[in-house]
Design a protein around this ligand. Structure first.
Ligand code: PEP
Length: 254
């Protein structure tokens, strides 16, 4: 059996942060010295801070990612940002298909697939988000939903460098609710099977993150679950005091 993928703890700052937030990034970078060296750390600030964060994070172990991209490299798309532009600003990754984009901006699985492929074209890692709604979980339709979403939004070709999958149950995002470790294990193991079914070797190496109300208090049990290769963290990534213990828990779980 191949070595487990290197864990990744990524913070999604959503529409939060102004210039002054560079000081919080600096706190995360200096506190990172205490995190196990095998854990990869990433912050995804709003696009307005991307370049500034990338500059501030240079020579630290914090990577910088973006939160969304357009599928086309350039063109008449007022207000949109291409994956190439994000790479040019210093991003090494981009979140695609976050449930807030799917719900609030009507993004389909096909849109998400095009964005994941655009990320690869620009040399970025796509952090592809999937997850069931509360109704789907209550109806026992979680795995069917995950399979449909993943099959329709996975890029045609991927490897451990170009793709990370984030399992984020929609009902767990920003609610303080989380699935049980057993439920997380079931979904992550299922995702791993789907990934290896599509690409045997590459599928083993793709990181599968858990996301949805990860906090310092629940991180130890969530990060210890089989096939959980790290976390995508929303609210708790905004403060070094919350983000760093989550990253530390991820390191200790390995
Ligand atoms: C997210 O939006 O990706 C997320 C995981 O949010 P939170 O941690 O706040 O639930």
């Amino acid at each position: 059996m191949a070595n487990p993928p290197r864990p990744l703890v990524a913070g999604n700052w959503k529409m939060n942060g102004l210039s002054a937030s560079v000081s919080e990034l600096a706190k995360i970078a200096s506190g990172a010295a205490d995190i196990a060296p095998n854990v990869e750390l990433m912050i995804c600030p709003p696009t307005t801070l991307l370049h500034r964060f990338a500059e501030a994070a240079r020579d630290t172990r914090i990577a910088v990612g973006a939160q969304d991209c357009h599928a086309q490299p350039s063109g008449a798309f007022t207000g949109d940002i291409s994956a190439e532009m994000l790479a040019d600003s210093g991003a090494c990754a981009v979140i695609v298909g976050h449930s807030e984009r799917r719900t609030l901006h009507g993004e389909s699985d096909e849109d998400v697939k095009a964005k994941a492929m655009a990320a690869a074209r620009a040399g970025l890692t796509a952090i592809l988000c999937i997850g069931e709604s509360r109704e789907e979980r209550e109806a026992g339709a979680t795995l069917a939903r995950i399979e449909r979403q993943l099959e329709a939004s996975l890029p045609d070709r991927f490897d451990a460098r170009s793709l990370v999958v984030a399992y984020e149950p929609v009902w767990a995002i920003g609610t303080g609710l989380t699935p049980t470790p057993g439920d997380v294990a079931e979904v992550h193991t299922f995702i791993r099977r789907l990934l290896t079914g599509r690409a045997a070797g590459a599928g083993e190496g793709v990181r599968i993150l858990y996301g949805g109300s990860v906090k310092p208090t629940n991180a130890p049990e969530l990060m210890a679950v089989a096939n959980v290769n790290g976390a995508l963290v929303g609210g708790a990534s905004l403060k070094a005091a919350d983000f760093l213990p989550i990253a530390a828990a991820c390191g200790l779980a390995r």
